[in-house]
Design a protein around this ligand. Structure first.
Ligand SMILES: [Zn+2]
Length: 331
């Protein structure tokens, strides 16, 4: 049966909803759903399960609402892709990535996006937070699509690390950036209790009827320069076994660390452009700008900071191998 995509809007959530695991939400809600929880002051918009297997946001929300503070902001909660959560996958094979449908999507996802954005922007919002788990070993960090002061202050509420990302431009946090301070957060790996704790901690700070942090001077900000993809059709491995492209699995350990020029990234007997494709935010192929080949060795041409490097083959195919970043000088 095809997953339903029409948005359900529930002004009162079913009583036991916030004690249910993410896997049964599709059965209870029928599809993507918007829930309202009453409170004091300007509402906080929370989105979770845009990627069905990234459950820390939902777990954190359940914990918050099972033990809510005496005074908290109203919540507008978007449960993005419960069908994918039921299958414990990022998205179902016949679905798009639900964090890529917020601009120029195809039907019926364009209608879902329009309906959600209409509901979310129908009132002023204190802030919008889109909760994700990361793939790969990374510190927890915020993703900002705008460098405006309020967005950076919101980012600093979660972590002292943030990444400014211009591409893809179809993400939910960007669709809301002109309406309120808006971030996505990567809380850590799936199935790591620490990820759930970090998400809960952020929600408790964000629902407090209090202003955003006063400044963000200590925020360490990076700019995403490019996305690294394995070229279509190229086989790859992380353990040195036979494949067109042998990747250095240890790269995952240097996510968010500066890597010097000439560091080895992988090996291939094939031409660089036949195994790797590096795209800048304008989707231009910039493979040769960031990498060179020395015999079979593929090395960085300049110092970079890798992020979100993953050794999960499915994520490499569906999304990308890693991002390359550079630190942004702060005033
Ligand atoms: Zn995600």
């Amino acid at each position: 049966m095809a997953a339903v995509t029409a948005l359900r809007v529930l002004d009162t959530a079913p009583e036991d909803l916030f004690s249910l695991p993410a896997a049964v939400l599709a059965e209870r809600l029928g599809g993507p759903a918007l829930l309202r929880v009453s409170g004091i002051g300007e509402p906080l918009f929370i989105s979770t399960l845009l990627h069905g297997n990234e459950t820390s946001g939902w777990t954190a929300l359940c914990r918050l609402l099972q033990r809510p503070p005496a005074r908290m902001r109203p919540l507008i909660v978007f449960i993005g892709n419960p069908h994918a959560a039921a299958a414990d996958v990022r998205h179902l094979p016949d679905q798009p990535d639900f964090n890529r449908i917020w601009r120029n999507a195809q039907e019926p996802y364009a209608s879902l996006a329009a309906a959600l954005l209409r509901q979310a922007t129908a009132q002023p919002l204190f802030a919008a937070i889109d909760l994700h788990n990361n793939t790969g070993r990374n510190p927890h960090y915020s993703v900002v699509t705008s460098l405006d002061d309020a967005h950076l202050r919101l980012a600093y509420l979660f972590s002292d690390k943030a990444v400014h990302v211009e591409e893809p431009d179809t993400v939910l946090s960007r669709a809301l950036q002109h309406h309120c301070p808006s971030i996505a957060v990567e809380v850590g790996p799936i199935n790591d209790p620490h990820s759930d704790d970090l998400a809960e901690d952020l929600l408790r700070r964000a629902v407090a009827v209090a202003p955003l942090p006063e400044d963000h001077r200590n925020l360490i900000l990076y700019r995403a320069l490019a996305r690294v993809h394995v070229a279509d059709g190229a086989s790859f491995t992380f353990d040195g076994s036979t494949a067109r492209l042998q990747l250095t699995g240890g790269m995952e350990a240097v996510n968010f660390h500066a890597v010097p020029a000439h560091t080895e990234f992988g090996c291939s007997e094939a031409l660089l452009g036949d195994v790797l494709q590096v795209l800048d935010p304008a989707h231009r192929d910039v493979t040769q700008r960031y990498f060179y080949q020395d015999g079979a060795r593929i090395c960085f041409r300049e110092p970079v900071v890798p992020a979100m490097y993953t050794t999960d083959p499915e994520v490499v195919r569906q999304d990308c191998l890693c991002y390359l970043m550079t630190p942004v000088a702060r005033p």
